[in-house]
Design a protein around this ligand. Structure first.
Ligand code: PAF
Length: 285
């Protein structure tokens, strides 16, 4: 497995990997890998001839006072996991390699990046869209793989790729959960023992919401049920509960007749957890 710290080395390796028309799959990550990331790698391996993984904790997607410094890192462990998984190359740059001191160009879908999580974390999706655009330009993948846990992120990246005519297929991969329902996330290790015990409430609340929508309840009532279930967990600070059109992320009213995505953001101490689930109302089934 090749490990590259510079853009020029990565580009040179990319050219070699793509010899004889081999297709390249990219899995962009911020490291501290878990089963969710490995599911992305597996999908990339199934769909592409060569797999490149990037590990870069991107400073521009963290706001002031967010957990950039505290974001968990363990590069040796990450590399061992990727080697075992048969990854062909890893791109492991530092911030100075990625962002020239006077870098000033930002990629941002103007509307989609400022709703929902974009309201809670201003500037977050501009940071994500810019780094992903750069990674696409450096690695030149045929397909790139992202987790459905970051539901809005995946839509933002698809919008950027479409709007800017990027020749890359953006694929979503299903959420991978712990046995108790908690969605896998690098941030889970930052939860205290009590908060880790309480955190599966996100999944439990989503199941309550799904049952309500599937039984024909309106979005307001279903959303209230979800919020009440979340509030049963001690220390859960509910940041947002949004029920939206699963395809467009636009608000819905009344009894939905199309797939609904339920998007949660809940803080335990200083750890922000997000999760989501799609519910198909009887009307749309
Ligand atoms: O989902 C993540 O880990 C990051 O937001 C991404 C897509 C690697 C961009 O930094």
């Amino acid at each position: 497995m090749d490990i590259h710290r510079t853009k020029s080395d990565m580009r040179a390796t990319r050219a070699g990997l793509a010899r004889d028309g081999a297709t390249i799959g990219l899995v962009p990550t911020m490291g501290f890998l878990h089963g969710g990331h490995m599911a992305l790698v597996e999908r990339a391996r199934a769909e592409c001839d060569r797999v490149v993984v990037s590990i870069f904790v991107n400073p521009t997607q963290f706001g002031p006072g967010e957990d950039y410094e505290a974001y968990p890192r363990d590069t040796d462990r990450d590399l061992a996991m990727l080697r075992d998984a048969g990854v062909d190359a890893v791109f492991l740059p530092d911030a100075a390699e990625i962002y020239p001191e006077d870098a000033e160009t930002v990629v941002e879908p103007a509307r989609l990046s400022r709703i929902l999580i974009g309201r809670l974390r201003p500037g977050h999706f501009a940071g994500v869209a810019t780094i992903v655009t750069k990674l696409f330009n450096i690695v030149g993948p045929d397909a790139a793989f992202f987790g459905e846990k970051d539901y809005q992120q995946l839509r933002v990246i698809r919008r950027v790729a479409r709007d800017l005519d990027m020749p890359v297929r953006v694929e979503g991969v299903e959420i991978v959960r712990e046995a108790d329902g908690l969605a896998m996330s690098s941030r889970n290790v930052r939860l205290s023992e009590d908060h880790r015990r309480a955190a599966p409430v996100l999944h439990a609340a989503l199941e309550v919401g799904r049952a309500a929508i599937e039984a024909g309840e309106g979005v307001t009532a279903a959303g209230e049920r979800v919020r009440r279930r979340l509030e049963e967990a001690r220390d859960a600070q509910v940041q947002s509960v949004d029920l939206r059109d699963a395809a467009t992320l636009q608000p819905l009213r009344g009894t939905p007749d199309r797939a609904v995505v339920m998007l949660l953001a809940v803080r335990f101490g200083d750890v922000l957890l997000i999760d989501n689930m799609v519910a198909i109302p009887k009307e749309a089934a």
